[in-house]
Design a protein around this ligand. Structure first.
Ligand code: FAD
Ligand code: FES
Length: 238
């Protein structure tokens, strides 16, 4: 879904990996967080693209909005990936964690490598866009219907065995995937940042719904302190 977003990108873009908090429906109390897939400053209005999967009532309502309809959107929210346009990154996206990695690929103008994973071939989305924006794209599927038969962390290992000159591994996807990718990156001594997915309430640090346990025993808000964290900050054992 492409949104005309006023001056939202010009005024609040900090880094790829930020999200928008979208009011989904009249009756639902809470907004729904959706990552920015890509965004562009433009005159007179900025544009931003989101890619989402229908999971429940909110995303179902959102998917049925007609072209030209107005949405109530807060953003750009959260802290994205700490990255430099001149850097070279290993970008890892799993399932619906794939879209925000496209923004990272765009940011580094063709230098990064993408590893995309999903349950089956039909879950590997935006592959041609990544091919346009990355030096290399590798695919893994759980059922072997496309690319490597298995999980993305095996491809992360394979890639880092041959090339450790990445500035960092950046990952978004389900928690078990993030944990495994973080372990591989750590083994090779490559810094790793992860985008954590937690349910959200207020989206601005006021309600604690999105609390995430940290390795030092503290709890942080995914909405305000994240969603991106250094992988060593996160307590993976809870
Ligand atoms: C920072 C962030 C970025 C996100 N970016 C995207 C994105 O780019 N594209 C996308 O499709 N989704 C994204 N999500 C997930 C998205 O917010 C949820 O799918 C959405 O809130 C579900 O709302 P709903 O009303 O449709 O479903 P609900 O009726 O609220 O829930 C339906 C089912 O989904 C589960 N669920 C809902 N939210 C989450 C969650 N955050 N984590 C795990 N399970 C959940 C519920 O437990 C339930 O089983 C993101 C989440 C976060 C926190
Ligand atoms: S969603 Fe309320 S504190 Fe993060």
């Amino acid at each position: 879904m492409v949104l005309e977003a006023g001056d939202m990108v010009r005024t609040s873009f900090r880094a790829p990996g930020q999200f928008v908090h979208v009011k989904c429906g009249e009756g639902l109390l809470l907004r729904r967080p959706i990552s920015v897939c890509s965004c562009m400053e433009d005159e007179p209005v900025d544009t931003l693209a989101i890619v989402f999967e229908v999971r429940g009532e909110g995303t179902d309502w959102l998917a049925r909005r007609p072209v030209g309809h107005s949405l109530d959107v807060l953003g750009l929210a959260g802290n994205g990936f700490a990255m430099k346009p001149e850097g070279r990154y290993l970008l890892v996206g799993g399932g619906i964690g794939i879209p925000p990695m496209l923004g990272c690929a765009q940011y580094t103008q063709g230098k990064s490598t993408a590893i995309l994973g999903g349950r089956s071939a039909d879950k590997i989305i935006l592959q041609d866009r990544f091919q346009d924006k990355c030096a290399k794209v590798l695919i893994a599927t759980d059922d072997g219907s496309l690319g490597h038969h298995g999980f993305v962390d095996a491809l992360v290992r394979q890639e880092l065995e041959g090339d450790q000159n990445y500035d960092a591994v950046l990952a978004c996807g389900p928690r078990p995937m993030l944990r495994n990718v973080a372990r591989v990156a750590e083994k090779f001594g490559v810094p790793c940042q992860v985008s954590m997915e937690e349910r959200m309430g207020c989206g601005v640090g006021a309600c604690l719904v999105c609390a995430c346990d940290m390795a030092d025993g503290s709890r942080k808000h995914v909405c305000k302190d994240g969603p991106v964290f250094d992988s060593r900050e996160v307590n993976w054992d809870v």
